[in-house]
Design a protein around this ligand. Sequence first.
Ligand SMILES: [Zn+2]
Ligand SMILES: [Zn+2]
Length: 168
Amino acid sequence: MNSAVDIVLAAPSWGVVRNVAIGVAVVLWLVLAYWVNRDARRRVAAGWAVTLATLLGLGLPFLGPILYLLLRPADLLRDVRERELELRAIEQRLALRGIECPTCRAAVEPSYLVCPICTTHLRQGCASCGAALEAIWLACPYCAAAAPPLGTLPGSRPSLRAPQQRVD
Ligand SMILES: [Zn+2]
Ligand SMILES: [Zn+2]
């Protein structure tokens, strides 16, 4: 009659504790592997790399997710994309202006006589109207005054160069 109670009381409860611990460990293992898969999809674009990370999380219980934490890319794909968009916008702004200071590479306008950032002399001003003249111009296009020929000016006339195009 009281055999069942005896068994429960007499049975070493360690067996139950062990089974519960194993159950919790298995659930934790699967949850961690799932987390690795979800996190990898937010950080890695290549499908095979996501699969590899998931296999790492599944194949090496607990150690795999820790390894993944150490090896995973620092940035989320979303952040990388945002940064690329920002860079492209900056490049487009530079391309619109078209020229940059040969010394400090700051964006400069075609009408600048000196670089406002590093004060490098960029162009000669027209002696008559003060407009910025290109180095090869022989006359000012705004007031028709003759531009002094190259070599007779105090200081050099560094040529401006267009920003280098990035080759992808
Ligand atoms: Zn400059
Ligand atoms: Zn002029």
